[in-house]
Structure formats: C-alpha cells, structure tokens
Design a protein around this ligand. Sequence first.
Ligand code: ADP
Ligand code: GLC
Length: 482
Amino acid sequence: MKIAFLASEVMPYAKTGGLADVAGALPKFLSGLGADVRVFMPLYREVRKKNLPLEPVLVDAALDLGGKRVTFSVSAHRAGGLSVFFIDQAAYFDRDQLYGTPAGDYPDNAERFAFFSRASLETMRATGFRPDVVHGHDWQAAAAFAYLKFSYADDPFFAGTRSLFTIHNLAYQGLFEKDVLGRIGLPESLFNMNDLEFYGKVNTLKAGILYATAVTTVSPRYSREIQTPEFGCGLDGLLRHRADALRGILNGVDYQDWDPATDRLIPRNFGPADLAGKNDCREELFRMFGLAAPADLPVVGMVTRLAGQKGLDIVCEALDSLIGLGLTFVILGTGDQKIQDFLLAAQKIHPARLGLKIAFDERIAHTIYAGSDIFLIPSRYEPCGLTQMYALKYGTIPVVRATGGLDDSIEEYDPLAGSGNGFKFVEAAPEALLSAAARSVEAFRRPGAWKALVGNAMAADFSWKRSAAAYLELYKKIAATA
Ligand code: ADP
Ligand code: GLC
C-alpha cells in the first residue's frame, strides 16, 4: 500500500499544535504495519535551520500556478525507515513563522499552501511514486483534492489513486476571496455553492470534504458533533451529506516520545511502580515557575494554544474560586494577545499561585506533564486533544470538558468502583469547571484513592498501534473503491 501523506507541520521538523504530533507519528506506525508512506511538507525556515542531512530529489523543478511559473526543488530526509519530502520554495516558505505573525495570517497563505499541495502531487509524478491513497490533512493540504479531481482528471498517472482527507479542526477552513481560484489554478466555475463557494468566499477545506474519496476526523465523538449546527462551523449540512464517507478515528500517542520512564526532557524519570521521580519533576516545575505552594495541595498544569477553542476564558472567570479550592496553576502557552493579557493580569493578582510562561517550549511542556498533579483542558470544542493522553501517561489526572476526543478518552473517576481516569464537566461554564475541580481536589486529599487513580491513568493505553491499523484498513477500503 503506497501512501502520500500531506501535512503542513510534522514533528520533529516544525510544530504549532497536535497536527505535527500526528503527522510525525502515524506514518511511522503505518510503515511499521508494512505501508510505504512518503510524507510531504514545506521546507520552512525552521527546518532549514536544523541543517539536516537532506538528499536532493528534484532540482530546478517548476510548475504553473494560475498562469505564474513557480520554481521549486525537493529534498528528502530519511529517518527510521520513513521518507519526508520537503517542498523548497524560498519565497513561500523561508519565513519566520509557519502560518503568520501575531498580527495575523500571511496574506498569501492561499497560494502558499495550494502551491505546497500542487508541488507535492508533481513530485509524486516526477519521481514515479504512484500512491494508492493521497492522505491530506486540514485546509492547508485540501487543495490537493481539487487538483486531483480537476487538474489531473485525465492524467493516467493518478488514475488508480484514491484519497483521504482528515479534518483536525473544522474551525480553520482556509477562507479566501473569490479571485484566489484563478491564482491557484482552479476553474472559476468552482465558485458555486455545490463546490468551493461558502458565503461569498472560497472555502479551501470544502475541497477536501467534497472531493476526497473518504473523510475522517480525529475522534468518533467529533465526527458526530461536526454534523450538528453547534459544532459544524457552517459545514454541518455538507458533512451530513457526506456522512457515509465520514468517520472518526481517535488519535494515538507515540510513547517513544511521551513516556516518563524514558523521556529525556524531564529532570528525572519515573514509572507506575516508582513515582519518586515525579516529585522531583514537581519541584523542578516550582523552581522553573518561581512558585511556592504547599506540597499537600495539587498543582494544575496547562499546555495549550491560547485560542478561543481552549476555554481559557472559563478558567480566568473561575480563577479566584479555583485558587480558593487550594489549586496552584502552571500555564504554558502562546497565541491570542487578549488571552495573554488576561492571564498576565491574573498572574499579577496571584503571583504565588499562578505560574505563567508565554512561550512554545517542548522541555517546559514535558516538565509540566511530568510535574503536575492535575491537567486542565476546559476546551469549548476539541477534535481529539493529545495533551490529556500525554498527561495520563505521566500520572497527571485530566480535568476536561466532555467534548470531542476529550469525552472519548477520559472516563469520570468513580470513587466507589475505583474506575475511571479523570474528571469531566459538561457545561462550558465556571460553575461546572469548579465542581469537577472540587471533585479532583477531594480525591487528591485521599492518598489511597489518588494512588489508585494515578495507577488507572498510567495504565491507559492510547498507543498509535490501534488507530494506525484502523487507518490502514480504511486505506484498503478506499483503494478498492471504483
Ligand atoms: P491543538 O492541536 O488543538 O493545539 P492538541 O492537544 O492536539 O491540541 O496538541 C497540542 C500539542 O501542542 C501538544 O503536543 C502540546 O504539548 C503542544 N503544545 C501546545 N502549546 C505548547 C507550548 N506553548 N509549548 C510547547 N508545546 C505546546
Ligand atoms: C487539532 C485539534 C486537536 C487535535 C489535533 C491533532 O489541532 O485542535 O484537538 O488533537 O488537531 O489531530
């Protein structure tokens, strides 16, 4: 089974969120199952800076993007049995950030990622890699499905190629003005409701939903939620229309990178049989964040994009009461300026009980997973969420809002039965969060119960193995469709 995997961010090369973790791990597990996977991503400045040993694949290539000749080259990094192909186009990708600056998205993102999609397909042709399935992720790769359907419709090279589109986040749709179609080399006739038009704009994500052979999202619950007006971001009707081709496959964890027993980014390793190292991690966390909280009160960690999705406004609203419950916070995040200001102001009020770093930092992130007692994810919606699964492995108990993949992966702790791995609340409101947090504090105060809960958490297995097998099954099914 030959798979071309198109993603705009891939660990360990470039990352802004969970997509990078997924695109770094799933291909490895698929190739472990015998698939021949090639990953395609842009050669960003941050990848260039890593000075990886790259093999040239295409030199001085060019393609026509809406009447404009764009030159590019392609180089590959081969690691752990996997090939990652980097699309090198300096004007588009040799920039400080992946998608934009704090002031906003890069104005030419439509062209940048359409080009990335088109150049990836051209690379497959030029190298004779004829995929059974093109698997593209999120709006940044979605133009590939339009090119396959319209630009390569009569190309025998892709005649046997089928396609899978994965939605990691329906809220990011790649919306652009009408004239973008011409500039990315797609027929202007696609500007109609049944194709790419969406309330007067071009909706790039629609290309994936409409033209891919099948569509997945990253958890079963989110696949149902997005078919409702509440979570559908205006596309629920279309998703209901494609319901037969849509399913949710829960993301997994790459325990090679996320295991406290072997993690090289944390100050001391530990495992379920010996939690002494977790205490050291907690002390290091206090040092890092300049906190001085009593050892018998729980520390709550958060590692998160500062975006509306993540529900930080609910935390800020409930903060005084949460601290009143005895909780101390360590928060690591980057993003929205308003949310940053909100948190910085809250920190001034509670300097000893709210540790805050506005940064994107893997080492601090790992230390928070390892050194916290509780991990808070109050998302308004969450397609899958990886951080709750990472927290579990580090014996850090998730308190989550029951939505999307958070609801699929976290089971409410039942003190009588001793079952469950975390605490959930349903309403996106401070009172609901407070009540779940209060339940977690209550359990924390009973060391025997807490130990059992931590045991449950660390025993949970969200390895990619199961989900990768589900993807492979799906590829086979798709490849067999007419
Ligand atoms: P999303 O993709 O919506 O941001 P996920 O839970 O799927 O949410 O994945 C988030 C990923 O990004 C996790 O690997 C998390 O550790 C990481 N992450 C988020 N913010 C930061 C940060 N400020 N520093 C380091 N890692 C971060
Ligand atoms: C998106 C979602 C997140 C998911 C990640 C990886 O960024 O917001 O919930 O875990 O993609 O699929």
